[in-house]
Design a protein around this ligand. Structure first.
Ligand code: GLC
Ligand code: MG
Length: 727
């Protein structure tokens, strides 16, 4: 990676993404967003201020899709690439089923950042709710800013489905929509900026959210390819410059149109849309049909998708097309209205706009609702003036480009009037045409989009607190991820009778940490629940650690913000059935429940007499019910039942895996039986001088140091013993 410039990670997790001939429209998850993020990644990669762009998506290894989706890295250009991260198995699954696997995605991306890249991204940018979730998690881990682009929003979709008569329950069963909405609320609350394509998107979609008012938006429309949609006069000025494919497409179109028109030399009014009643084709035909002058000036051409047999089509489409034919007949528009049956989108559409522009015609989008209005931008780019609905996106387009007239789509007189104005006055036509061509190049090209995005990134980075000052004892405590990717050693200490117990050596230990924050990270691991950890730290005036492992290893938190490690919760939740465990153990009359506050999501705790036979009974009843668990008995009285994947030692191992921290670089310190499991193994073990007798059995093990010093003085002694302060 280039040493200078921004390192940006984009997240677009679902669907199928590849650089070579992307499979747009293959399924509901592989559509416009895929094209958007690919263009964005490539174009950001061209920006001089950018060192590297990683477009991160899910790795898929599945016979039903191409092999390329299982390739971990796919270069897009010199500074841009696709990075694939596996989560939730390897099969291709629809986006709604990915929710439970996103924490796995976060953890593996973390590892990728630490091991493969070795550099912390300057910015995370999430696309769609799932990408937003991942970007938000990573941004909080690294104390970096994050941007969000929703593409579409759950509440809006839910309302539409409710309108269609679907029940709440059914919507959630199919789409897990409430979960999505919950994530979107969180993302809106925390994103440094939200990028939308139009103002309409904010009003109609984001406004439905509780956290909308506090969110900060920036409208940056996406771009189009202006080479494909070049102005109509290129060919006129330099016939040589035109490709053969362009000429052939034009010929095909002319032949097709001329089948319908008696006077093909007139200018024509063009509409291009899917046959959907919301596109209001009826409004346009009626406007034309009821205005005799307009009919005298111009022909009309409506390209409404591809059709073979209207009778075979789906209801909405069939109704729209049938209505179109009936209107043609009712108003007797034979010879004037062209309704071609098919066209080829990639080659013919740009040529169609140019053909219409060459005739000095006009492009009309009379839709009742229009969130964005891509065809208007493409038409404008070719030099075609526009008449467009005053709903949604077109407001922005005409506002930016001044290249046409906005109309009320329900007012047919207004549509006809607007068309006439443009068609009869060559000066007006020329101005709109020129403004469209120039306006698109100023507002709707990817390069401009990326220039604005990079400016925005610089803006949010400038708002971040100075990260150089952040670290172990910062009051903000953000960016522990940054710290953990930087330090070489980690010290994990038990609290009671290890960290605390002797004020003087505790003070010295904290002093050592604060002087060496670039070398040593620090965590605590304890049986206490979170609230009681905070209580102990406050009592002893200990600042928040970088890592906090509480409730006997079942919970992990980071930094002073106490960011929970959701990946860990997910990991240990496997086969954990606390209700059944409680139900089973309630029958044993020698067990006494611990306080309510000590009963946690992943920890069921009792008090019992120190008697091996009773302990055997506990195992017996749990095993009889075939329950998975990890049992821990300590201090001759505490009985903890945990998920079988959890313990203080396993939490430390998980951290080692997740942060790619070699176990040998982690020092663990304790004093009693419940530290034993954490102390064993290849980590650097330290037993403080005031240890309880049950640890005696660890003596003589490799990498197990029995300090003669007590409490925190023992920890300091261990740091020296393992030479953690030396380079
Ligand atoms: C702490 C906890 C308690 C647990 C014990 C042993 O004292 O508060 O719930 O049983 O540690 O792990
Ligand atoms: Mg202890």
């Amino acid at each position: 990676m280039a040493p200078f410039g921004l390192y940006i990670q984009l997240f677009s997790i679902h669907g199928l993404i590849r650089g070579e001939s992307p499979e747009l429209g293959r399924d509901a998850d592989t559509g416009g967003q895929v094209k958007y993020v690919l263009e964005l990644a490539k174009c950001l990669g061209e920006h001089p201020a950018v060192a590297q762009v990683d477009l991160i998506t899910r790795l898929i290894q599945d016979k039903t899709v191409s092999d390329i989706y299982s390739q971990q890295i796919e270069p897009l250009s010199e500074k841009a690439r696709i990075v694939r991260i596996q989560c939730g198995g390897r099969r291709y699954i629809r986006k709604e089923l990915l929710w439970p696997h996103l924490d796995e995605f976060v953890d593996k991306t973390l590892k990728f950042i630490k091991v493969d890249v070795g550099r912390i991204p300057d910015l995370f940018h999430g696309h769609y709710a799932d990408g937003g979730y991942v970007a938000r998690e990573l941004a909080s881990i690294f104390g970096a800013p994050f941007l969000f682009t929703g593409h579409s929003m759950g509440r809006h979709k839910k309302n539409k489905l409710l309108d269609q008569g679907l029940a709440d329950e059914e919507i959630n069963r199919r789409y897990f929509i409430d979960r999505r909405i919950g994530v979107e609320e969180e993302v809106l609350k925390d994103a440094d900026r939200i990028i939308t394509s139009t103002a309409d998107e904010i009003d109609k979609q984001y406004a439905l959210y509780d956290n909308c008012s506090g969110a900060s938006f920036r409208i940056i429309p996406p771009g189009i390819d202006v080479d494909t949609f070049h102005p109509y006069y290129y060919g006129q000025l330099n016939a040589e410059s035109e490709s053969e494919a362009c000429r052939q497409a034009r010929l095909l179109l002319l032949n097709e149109l001329n089948r319908f028109w008696v006077s093909p030399d007139k200018p024509f009014i063009l509409a291009l849309c899917r046959p959907d009643h919301r596109k209001n084709i009826k409004g346009l035909i009626t406007a034309y049909a009821e205005d005799k002058e307009l009919q005298a000036i111009a022909n009309l051409a409506i390209f409404a998708g591809i059709r073979k047999d209207i009778g075979q089509m789906e209801e909405n489409e069939r109704n729209v097309l049938t209505e179109m034919l009936l209107l043609m007949d009712r108003y007797d528009l034979y010879g004037k209205l062209a309704i071609p049956k098919k066209h080829d989108f990639t080659t013919e559409v740009p040529e169609l706009y140019r053909l219409c522009a060459s005739s000095h015609g006009v492009f009309v989008n009379p839709a009742l609702v229009e969130p964005f209005g891509l065809t208007l931008i493409e038409a404008a780019s070719c030099g075609l003036p526009i008449v467009a609905t005053n709903d949604g996106g077109p407001n922005d387009i005409v506002g930016n480009c001044q290249n046409g007239i906005l109309i009320d789509p329900s007012n047919t007189g207004e549509i006809a009037e607007a068309c006439r104005k443009i068609l009869i006055d060559r000066e007006v036509w020329d101005t709109y045409s020129r403004c469209g061509i120039n306006g698109v190049r100023t507002h709707y090209v990817w390069k401009v989009h990326c220039d604005h995005t990079v400016e925005l990134i610089e803006e949010v980075r400038a708002e971040m607190p100075d990260l150089a000052d952040q670290g172990l004892f910062s009051p903000l405590g953000i960016g522990f991820g940054r710290l953990l990717t930087k330090v070489k050693h980690l010290v994990i200490t038990d609290i009671d009778n290890t960290l605390v117990g002797d004020d003087e050596s505790l003070g010295e230990f904290l002093e050592i940490l604060s002087k060496n924050r670039d070398k040593i990270g620090w965590g605590v691991a304890t049986g206490r629940c979170l609230r009681r950890v905070m209580e102990a730290l406050a009592e002893n005036r200990v600042p928040p650690p970088d890592i906090l492992i509480s409730s006997v290893g079942t919970e992990i938190y980071y930094g002073s913000e106490l960011l929970p490690d959701n990946g860990w919760s997910r990991h240990i939740s496997y086969k954990w059935k606390p209700e059944q465990i409680m139900e089973t153990l309630d029958k044993l009359d020698f067990l006494y429940d611990q306080k309510e506050e000590e009963q946690r999501d992943f920890k069921v705790s009792y008090i019992m007499e120190d008697d091996p036979e009773l302990l055997a009974r506990v195992h017996q009843v749990l095993q009889d019910r075939k329950l998975s668990y990890h049992l821990q008995f300590s201090n001759s009285q505490f009985l903890d039942i945990l998920p079988f994947r959890a313990s203080k030692g396993k939490a430390v191992r998980y951290l080692s895996y997740k942060w790619e921290f070699p176990l040998k670089s982690i020092m663990v310190c304790g004093d009693s039986g419940n530290d034993e499991e954490m102390l064993r193994g290849v980590t650097c073990g330290v037993v403080v001088g005031n240890y309880s007798k049950e640890l005696e059995q660890l003596r003589g093990l490799r990498r197990m140091y029995f300090s003669k010093k007590e409490y925190a003085a023992g920890i300091i002694d261990g740091i020296k013993h393992y030479r953690f302060l030396e380079e």
